[in-house]
Ligand binder design. Sequence first.
Ligand code: AHR
Length: 517
Amino acid sequence: MPRARAALDASFTTAPVPRRLFGSFVEHMGRCVYTGIYEPDHATADADGLRSDVLDLVREVGPTIVRYPGGNFVSGYDWEDGVGPVADRPRRIDRAWRTVETNAFGLDEFSRWADKAGTETMYAVNLGTHGLQEACDVLEYANHPGGTKFSDLRRSHGREQPYGIEWWCLGNEMDGPWQTGHKTALEYARLAGETARAMRQVDPSVKLVACGSSSRAMPTFGEWERVVLEECYDDVELISAHAYYEESETTPLADFLASAVDMDLFIGSVAATADAVGAKKKSAKKIGISFDEWNVWNQTAWNTSERAAGRTEWDVAPRVIEDEYSVTDAVVVGTLLNSLLRHGDRVLVGCQAQLVNVIGLLRSEPGGAAWKQPIALPFQEMRNRALGATILDVRTTSTTYETGRYGAVDLVDVTAVTHDDGRVTAFVANRSLDEAADVDVALGGFGPLVPGEALVLAATDGQDRWATNTADAPDAVRLRPLSGVTVEAPERPGAAAVARFQLPPLSWAVVELVPAS
Ligand code: AHR
């Protein structure tokens, strides 16, 4: 049976959990916006045309920040098309996804949605077909109080107060040859730096994110970050990272289950590159990471699709990459969340991609039901239990298994946080497909702890690893109580207490330990 021992100590902490680690992403793509968050004809639509059933689920899942409006879409987007009287807004070709954008939804509608969802906006500017001036214009529209062309335009559209959007992305995936307006690292770096400086002249309070790499597999990975940061180090707060993982012919299940190892390496490499640039510049500043697109995504299916080949009609809000997620995917997403959390001293923003329908946490049917996909469960659970806490520096020794891509990988993955009230919460995954794992968590330096709530996500009751949720069975995959958690008192004064539990095969769990009495 696999075994793991994780050592935690109250005095070994990494950083406060960054509030924005639990973000998501809404792109004008497929049915994320149209019939996702916005569907004026839906039975639950509110006065703004927003689906209340979807809003309710969004509030439950609780993304703390949502990146908008793209994605590849933004690199051909004119934000001015999406503001003002809806009847006057143009329909446009969206080259990125071969669709027709009606522009019925834009910045003002999104801001109303974000307010109702209780989330913060992270706005991406178009540095593909547009540039510095348009970036400053949309910033002026969003954040300038009034008395100027674009701030008064906003006010004429019924929004008197500025939106005060703090976080801005300088383009999207500009390292990718698929991106409209793709650039070399130096071309992008010059544009991003100039745009950042101009945007700060408009609003010095903004926080800016430069484009990093679209994946760790990009041929320019590393060099891209170096060149961009050499140019923009003083002008940006964060550099982005994007990563999607799938089980495929080239990524067997063993490797897919170890996707978080790639994420760990990705974060470590970007941090090292940023620090090397900082060292050369003799700078005291640390560049953070915005992991602003991440998820499981069956990219093979997309890459071989008729739409990707440009053989579909130009249509409005079609079904695009509506991946249906399984228990297996949810366990991988749990481990990706573990990776982000353990790097919370460096990853200050995380945006799961995307929120609804398009590789979505949530699904919604036009005129029909809305429900949570299994991947929403670890997201919601970690978000609710880690926010406001402090990350612990966890040292784990685990039984390993062999992967083709990453060599020997721990079967058991552990992260943990500690709360001001003395609680300790561990997030633990078992990557073994067929064996339960015995886990010991040594608790050094905490007061006396006893088992609190423990929940596990795993295939159960005749389900297989492909089990999913549907409109008819929205809770088929759910977190269930994990029984059998014990805490053994220290063997001798000064030794650590030990929490013990067993994780079922292919599972992700949250285990709370609460102060005794
Ligand atoms: O999230 C789907 C797409 O993936 C985004 O538009 C793009 O940025 C990434 O390649």
